[in-house]
Structures are given as C-alpha cells and as structure tokens.
Design a protein around this ligand. Structure first.
Ligand SMILES: Nc1ncnc2c1ncn2[C@@H]1O[C@H](COP(=O)(O)OP(=O)(O)OP(=O)(O)O)[C@@H](O)[C@H]1O
Ligand SMILES: [Mg+2]
Length: 242
C-alpha cells in the first residue's frame, strides 16, 4: 500500500512545497531548464536522474540555500525565493528538514546533540523525539558518540534523524541512503514514509536506487535539466485543487 489516501480526505488547500519553472546554472551554463513540481502533505516524491543532471542543485533551490536565476519556490503557500536571508533562514528552521548529500555533522557535538540542533534552532528541545529517532535509525546506545568515531553510514543515519527532529512540514533528502547497506537503506526509506503518513509531512527524496524510489508515491526523473515523461498530470497530480 504505497498510495497516499489523501484523495479521500478533505483537500489540502496548498502544497507544502512547490517549484515553478526553475531555471538555474553555474558560470553561464544552465543546469535546470524550467523545473516545476509540487509536493503535498503526506506524500513522498522521489527524484531520480543521472549524476550531474541537477538533482542537488534543485534541492538547494527548494531548500532556499541558493536562489534561482528564474522561477519561484513556495513553502506552504509562501513564496520563499524572494524572502530576505534572515526571514528565509527562520522559515527554513521552522518548516524544513534537510539531509545533504554530504551530510554535515558538527564534529564537536555527540550524536544526540547533533540530532537536537534543528529543534534548538526553532525553539524546541524535544529529547524524547530525538531519542526515538536515533533508535529508529538503528543507533540506540550511540547517543554519546562523537561523529568522528562513526562509520559513513552511521553518520548518514544521524543526519536523517537530525532532519526529522523538529517535526518539519517538508523533508528534502539528497541521497539519504547512498552509503547504507540494503537493510539500513530500507529502514531509512520506511522511516521517511512513516513520517509523511503520520505527520503529514511532504518528503522529496533524491536517490539513484530504484528500490528506494519504489517506496515513494511517485517518481520524477531529471534528465538534461528537465523532468522527463512527466506531463502536468504527473508533476501536478492535484492540479485540480490549484
Ligand atoms: N557550485 C557549483 N559551481 C559550479 N558548478 C556546479 C556547482 N554545483 C553544481 N554544479 C554543476 O551543476 C551540474 C549539476 O550538479 P548537481 O550536483 O546538481 O548534480 P546531481 O544530479 O546532484 O549529481 P550527483 O548524482 O552526482 O549528485 C554539474 O555539472 C555540476 O558540476
Ligand atoms: Mg547530487
């Protein structure tokens, strides 16, 4: 049962995340040629595509870490790309959970304190939730470890727990299972799906792994700076609600 039951529920008024015709590049070379998407509450969307196709670039724009040369980014009905830097950082801390491709942990903080960072940034300090997430990613008992003693896959799982700790409305995850064995990759994918269903978060998940993409409600394939094989129906499954 991977389909969301949202169609049977009262229609949400707005997507939790939306991109409208994003164009962006580096040093005069355009990488994204007008990319649009919507993510609805409770929905997991996978983004696949070859290396260099612009997946991380897209996630950085969606997370407000970079601003698009053209197009718009919307967070729960609020335009994000035109917010001033400070307001955008505040909104990001309150609404988004980010898992970076190169998961940045603070090396001087132990596992538990790393997981608690987003909550502290947004005025929460929910140790019970942080502890529960650490256990859910299979790291119960490692709360006091410093990142330096963890394996690559363990660090990645800490980064996933950290992204989910402040109850984000949107999770942007860039290859969150890239350095995990199959069992742990599936554990992380299941955790993301559970979060979407239980907390009505929208999850956008970049992955090279078709088995992980299969956990999503739908997959978008990025090729040559655009989503392929996706007309408006695939990109905007709830376009009738706009
Ligand atoms: N900060 C940057 N400066 C210059 N070029 C960049 C920068 N970031 C990305 N690029 C270029 O943009 C293109 C897309 O990169 P991006 O990291 O988005 O790809 P990707 O789809 O995430 O690839 P991978 O699957 O390998 O992670 C690449 O050609 C890359 O070299
Ligand atoms: Mg990437």
């Amino acid at each position: 049962m991977r389909r969301v039951t949202r169609r049977a529920e009262p229609a949400p008024a707005i997507p939790v995340l939306e991109a409208r015709k994003l164009r962006h590049g580096f040093a005069g070379t355009e990488v994204l040629h007008g990319v649009s998407l919507q993510v609805w509450p409770g929905e997991v969307v996978a983004v696949t595509g070859p290396s260099g196709s612009g997946k991380s670039t897209l996630l950085h724009l969606l997370g407000g870490l970079d601003t698009p040369e053209q197009g718009e980014v919307w967070w729960a009905g609020e335009r994000a790309d035109t917010l001033d830097t400070q307001t955008r950082a505040q909104r990001r801390a309150g609404r988004l959970g980010l898992v970076f491709q190169h998961h940045y942990l603070l090396e001087d903080l132990n596992v538990l304190d790393n997981v608690l960072i987003p909550g502290r940034l947004s005025g929460q300090d929910d140790r019970g939730r942080a502890q529960g997430l650490i256990e859910r990613v299979g790291l119960g008992g490692r709360e006091g470890s410093l990142p330096g003693v963890l394996s690559g896959g363990e660090r990645q799982r800490v980064a996933v727990a950290r992204a989910l700790s402040a109850r984000p409305a949107v999770v942007l995850a860039d290859e969150p299972t890239g350095s995990l064995d199959r069992a742990n990759a599936e554990l992380v994918a299941q955790l993301l799906v559970h979060l979407a269903r239980e907390e009505q978060a929208g999850v956008l998940l970049v992955t090279h792994d078709d088995r992980i993409a299969a956990f999503a409600d739908r997959s978008l394939h990025l090729l040559d700076g655009q989503f392929t094989g996706a007309g408006d129906e695939a990109l905007f499954p709830a376009a009738d609600r706009r």
